[in-house]
Design a protein around this ligand. Structure first.
Ligand SMILES: [Fe+2]
Length: 382
């Protein structure tokens, strides 16, 4: 991180390259100034090195580890964790895992200080008043950027995914431990890389972008385009080439979209995950060419995309998009409803995706997305 990048985020970014347990333990002491801080670890059970790390620090500090994390955290899971651990009164909430784990940690940290049903906060019936506990996030995937953002995504009792934005959700510390990403399997490496890429792109075609966020996002989009295939190859061969760089790039993309929000790709991606449980990154990759082409119709966006293309050694943004689509297909990510295993009538699909027009993320998109555009996108993918 250079100075310009670090001032974008109020999350302090710390790297742990070696001796991950010792260094992480020191970070836990440093954040609270207590010799034995009481930590509630929320850890993705699928990442054994993360579980070991949390258990070792817990042994030294008498802290607690929760590993019952689920993908797409829902209201009842958050309420249950808060109920179970309220009496522990932790000083630190430390989420170690992918986006779902970090989002769970963010909500739990907040709800420990705010009485009520999380569903009420999710729908705006109640507002958050404070967060007194230290929130630390450690990603085990290289994609969501949740470790540096003020956003969280939660499923309500109707099964709808809701994006929550609050400065209280922004972690105090992002502790990056690249070695936790070294064993990510190919499918997750692919999906999360596309999530990170689309975060950078959605800054470029965002109504909230400005010259500063653009500079950061152009650089990061170029960086990710250059690294993602190497990281994917490493997931196939068991090497670690490109992993550290991919983690840093995903965090930087998070810093960029934390300032602007996301846009049409993310709005369109939500029904794919809600209705057919497509992983978030795969759902973003699904719409990349449609939303890219739509926004490249705006001359300002086209100029930005051409700059990404030029940095990455491509003739223009059309050639760059072609390359990205080849990478998507090499990574076995679906590009049509059929490839995604989705069987539905075109009219029904249209109705489902039409609802995304009310999503605030869609309103961030610099080129207006109309019902006609939705119809064209759905038709192109049937
Ligand atoms: Fe995303």
């Amino acid at each position: 991180m250079n100075f310009v990048e670090s001032i974008f985020s109020s999350t302090k970014i710390l790297f742990v390259k070696e001796k991950i347990i010792d260094e992480s333990f020191r970070i836990s002491l440093f954040t609270t100034k207590k010799l034995s801080p009481h930590i509630l670890f929320l850890v993705d059970p699928a990442v054994s090195m993360a579980v070991e790390l949390a258990e070792e620090i817990s042994r030294r500090t008498g802290s607690v580890v929760f590993t019952g994390i689920r993908q797409n955290p829902d209201v009842d899971l958050i309420n249950r964790i808060v109920e179970n651990y309220r009496n522990e009164n932790p000083d630190i909430i430390w989420g170690i895992g992918g986006g779902s784990t970090m989002d769970t940690a963010k909500a739990v940290a907040l709800m420990l200080d705010n009485e009520g049903d999380f569903e009420e906060f999710l729908h705006g019936a109640k507002s958050f008043k404070k967060r007194t506990r230290i929130l630390i996030a450690t990603p085990t995937t290289a994609g969501t950027g949740a470790e540096v953002t003020r956003f969280g995504v939660y499923t309500d009792r109707n099964g709808r995914k809701i994006s929550l934005a609050s400065s209280f959700l922004q972690p105090d510390y992002a502790v990056l431990i690249p070695s936790l990403t070294y064993t990510l399997p190919p499918a997750i490496t692919a999906a999360t890389a596309f999530d990170a890429l689309t975060h950078a792109l959605e800054v470029l075609w965002n109504r909230n972008s400005d010259p500063v966020t653009d500079e950061l996002a152009i650089g990061v989009a170029a960086e990710i385009t250059g690294i993602m295939e190497r990281a994917f190859d490493s997931s196939l061969s068991g090497s670690i080439d490109g992993r550290d760089e991919m983690l840093c790039a995903a965090t930087k993309a998070g810093i960029a979209f934390n300032l602007t929000g996301t846009a049409a790709i993310h709005a369109l991606s939500f029904p794919l995950s809600e209705e057919w449980h497509l992983p978030h990154g795969a759902a973003c990759a699904f719409f990349i060419e449609d939303v890219w082409k739509l926004n490249a119709g705006n001359p300002e966006v086209k100029r930005k995309l051409d700059r990404v293309a030029s940095i990455t050694g491509h003739k223009n943004s059309e050639e760059l998009l072609e390359k990205i689509l080849k990478v998507r297909s090499r990574m076995n990510l679906p590009s049509t409803f059929n490839e995604a295993g989705i069987e539905a009538e075109k009219e029904d699909l249209f109705e489902i995706f039409l609802k995304t027009l009310d999503d605030f993320k869609m309103k961030n998109n610099i080129v207006e997305v109309t019902p006609q555009v939705i119809g064209e996108i759905v038709t192109a993918k049937v």
